[in-house]
Design a protein around this ligand. Structure first.
Ligand SMILES: Cc1cc2nc3c(=O)[nH]c(=O)nc-3n(C[C@H](O)[C@H](O)[C@H](O)COP(=O)(O)O)c2cc1C
Length: 245
């Protein structure tokens, strides 16, 4: 990993390197990577030490979970990785065994914040913008990391920063969806629209865009079947015409 970090430094010159010691995916952990490293704090510390040596002054951060199966593993793990050179820690408030079930334990993240001497970021189940402030207050963390909450909701950050003030209009939202779709197709080619359908489902799910539009259910059904940007624009155009506000 230190050699890999040196190659990344040479070719990409990043502002920082983040090591993922939180990944629960079998393909990763069965190879002793990701969250498996939380079972072996000494090995994790050795990896961090060597990477730190390879990257010099470039900041090194580490993402972890509460633990492998024991939700209190972090109590020993945090001091070990800090001592080895981790300069910022993000903690997802679940164990590897939990996967994505249960709830991110913000109370344990608060305990992690008490233990950590480097900046600590809270992660897990901050699904709505207003929860950023709840999580910061409840955990005392120095910041938060958002993952699933931003799927289909790139406005998450702006709304959180403005503490919920200033609504984003449906026209703005639709414009962003179309821009995103165009960029996606540029990246993945014409058939890219098929893999963009999941983003459409996220953009238009439940309480998001167009809840108050008559016939939104049918429009949603059409959206997840679109075969081209033109078709997408057509459906969104009809959505705009039909809306009440
Ligand atoms: C589809 C998916 C892919 C993910 N990939 C990564 C990854 O590559 N690296 C990483 O550190 N975390 C990854 N995560 C975990 C998230 O960063 C985050 O820790 C987790 O989803 C909990 O936060 P959330 O409740 O805000 O989604 C992934 C999560 C999901 C759902």
């Amino acid at each position: 990993m230190a050699r890999a970090a040196a190659i990344v430094m040479e070719h990409a010159g990043p502002e920082g390197i983040d090591i993922n010691m939180g990944c629960p995916v079998y393909k990763i952990t069965s190879n002793f990577n990701g969250c498996a490293l939380m079972k072996e704090p000494e090995r994790a510390a050795a990896i961090i030490r060597e990477i730190k040596q390879a990257i010099g002054d470039t900041p090194l951060s580490v993402k972890i979970r509460l633990g492998w199966s024991n939700p209190d593993d972090f109590k020993k793990f945090i001091p070990a990785i800090e001592e080895a050179g981790a300069q910022l820690i993000t903690i997802h408030g679940r164990t590897k065994e939990q996967g994505y079930s249960g709830k991110s334990d913000w109370e344990r993240i608060r305990q992690a914040k008490d233990i950590a001497s480097v900046p600590l970021l809270a992660n897990g189940d901050i699904h709505e913008s207003y929860q950023v402030w709840e999580a910061l207050e409840q955990t005392g963390a120095d910041g938060v990391l958002i993952a699933r909450g931003a799927l289909g909701n790139p406005w998450f950050f702006q709304v959180a920063r403005n503490k919920g003030q200033g609504a984003i209009t449906i026209d703005e939202r639709i414009q962003v969806v179309i821009e995103h779709a165009r960029l996606h197709v540029m990246q993945y080619g014409e058939r890219g629209i098929v893999s963009f359908r999941k983003h459409l489902a996220w953009y238009f799910k439940g309480n998001r865009i167009g809840v108050d539009v008559p016939g939104i259910k049918e429009l949603r059904g059409e959206l997840v079947r679109v075969n081209s940007i033109e078709e997408l624009e057509g459906v969104l155009g009809r959505l705009q015409e039909k809306r009440v506000v």
